[in-house]
Design a binder for this molecule. Structure first.
Ligand SMILES: *Cc1c(COP(=O)(O)O)cnc(C)c1O
Length: 388
């Protein structure tokens, strides 16, 4: 027997996703003639690999969109985050503060950089790191000595804080940055999902020392696979560019490398696709905001779930549109998602909180009640721009 609230929840979503036989994925890329032409022109040019004019064009366009002085395009968002962490000095044996609610890549990049994730709980409005929890956590375990912040419980240096703008929702980055500043801990913003989102007047990913964006196939715009590092610090920018390009020392023909680098630069063919996609960004953000309004009015008066809202001063790209289950739907997330998948509405719950995954179970951090509560309550609705 199917509970009534499931049917009613489905009916609300069907105001936006019509009752036809089509499957409604969580997020589909918007690819058309422009993208085909851009990739075709790139193939004809012969410049398909990690050097080429489209990489520079895409970096320039990203700089214009975000207001970031330096942009370094990378093979994916995880690589961008890995480089960003190295760029602010994270290394072997360090700890990095991350939220338990994020895509697994956030914590993985910390480990790739030689460090250990240290989890600090989130707050229920933006789903990002809770500034109060952060302050409390640092107050409890951090000791500042010789300009270094040491976690007294583990003896390791706390080398960075990585706030994440989940679903493109701007988190409380100003407060987090201020706390980082008090302790002398740099902030690396994981804005992988937040292209087109702004905290006040500033683009997400430009409020910390370094920020990153992802262009994976499911993000608001895609290069197939790709990412970018954003920073206003020219020293960090040149360090990141250098180690991300096999640490090759510039010369017309000589192969000389002065350290162990990475092959992390974005290929030109992906950048060609990226340039075509970036041209559509403001149109996509507009459509997705319209989709949000459609969902808002559909959910208006439905008592068992509510659409999440953003702070007035911020601009949200509406990458994925989450609802919070309540009333009769509370505690029903798994059967509800199953029910909707059976009907080709491919909604998704949040990621499993990272501190519950086998490789991160023993990581440092306090209690994570709010992350665990949100994981039981949040469902992301089909959010493709073409639904608007
Ligand atoms: C997608 C994503 C990443 C990683 O980006 P990839 O391009 O998939 O490597 C990192 N953090 C968050 C929050 C993401 O959503």
């Amino acid at each position: 027997m199917i509970p009534g609230p499931f049917r009613r929840f489905e009916a609300v979503i069907r105001h936006v996703c019509r009752t036809d036989d089509k499957a409604y994925p969580l997020h589909e890329p918007d690819l058309g003639e422009e993208e085909r032409n851009a990739v075709d022109a790139c193939l004809r040019s012969g410049w398909v690999s990690s050097i080429g004019p489209m990489v520079e064009a895409m970096e320039g366009e990203l700089g214009r969109i975000t207001g970031s002085s330096h942009v370094i395009a990378t093979v994916n968002g995880t690589a961008a985050l890995h480089l960003a962490l190295i760029g602010v000095g994270v290394g072997q044996g360090d700890e990095v503060i991350v939220p338990p609610l994020s895509f697994v890549a956030t914590a993985n990049a910390v480990v790739h950089a030689g460090a250990t994730p240290h989890f600090v709980d989130v707050e229920p409005d933006s789903f990002g790191i809770d500034p109060e929890a952060l302050r409390k956590r640092l107050g409890l375990c951090a000791r500042v000595s010789g300009g270094r912040v040491i976690n007294q419980e583990t003896g390791r240096r706390i080398a960075a804080i990585v706030p994440v703008h989940i679903f493109g929702l701007p988190c409380r980055i100003d407060e987090i940055r201020a706390i980082g500043g008090e302790f002398g801990i740099p902030v690396v913003e994981d804005a992988a999902e937040a292209l087109g989102s702004f905290c006040g007047e500033r683009h997400c990913g430009t409020l910390g020392e370094v920020g990153i964006i992802s262009f994976n196939g499911n993000k608001i715009v895609t290069t197939g696979g790709g990412g970018a590092v954003l920073t206003n610090d020219s020293e960090i920018a040149s360090r990141i560019k250098h180690i991300g390009t096999t640490a090759r020392v510039g010369h017309r023909w000589r192969y000389w490398h002065d350290q162990v680098g990475f092959n992390f630069r974005l290929p030109n063919i992906n950048a060609a696709l990226g340039c075509a996609q970036l041209n559509k960004l403001s149109m996509l953000v507009m459509k997705k905001n319209f989709l949000l309004q459609k969902y808002q009015s559909a959910f208006d008066g439905f008592s068992d779930a509510e659409i999440v809202s953003v702070r007035q001063r911020d601009r949200w790209n509406c990458w994925l549109i989450p609802v919070r289950l309540q009333g009769d739907l509370q505690g029903q997330i798994e059967p509800l998602v199953d029910y909707l998948h059976d009907r080709k509405l491919l909604v998704r719950p949040l990621w499993a909180p990272l501190h519950t995954l086998p490789m991160y179970r023993g990581s440092p951090g306090g209690e994570m009640p709010r992350a665990e509560e949100l994981a039981r309550r949040i469902v992301c609705l089909p959010s493709s721009a073409n639904l608007a």
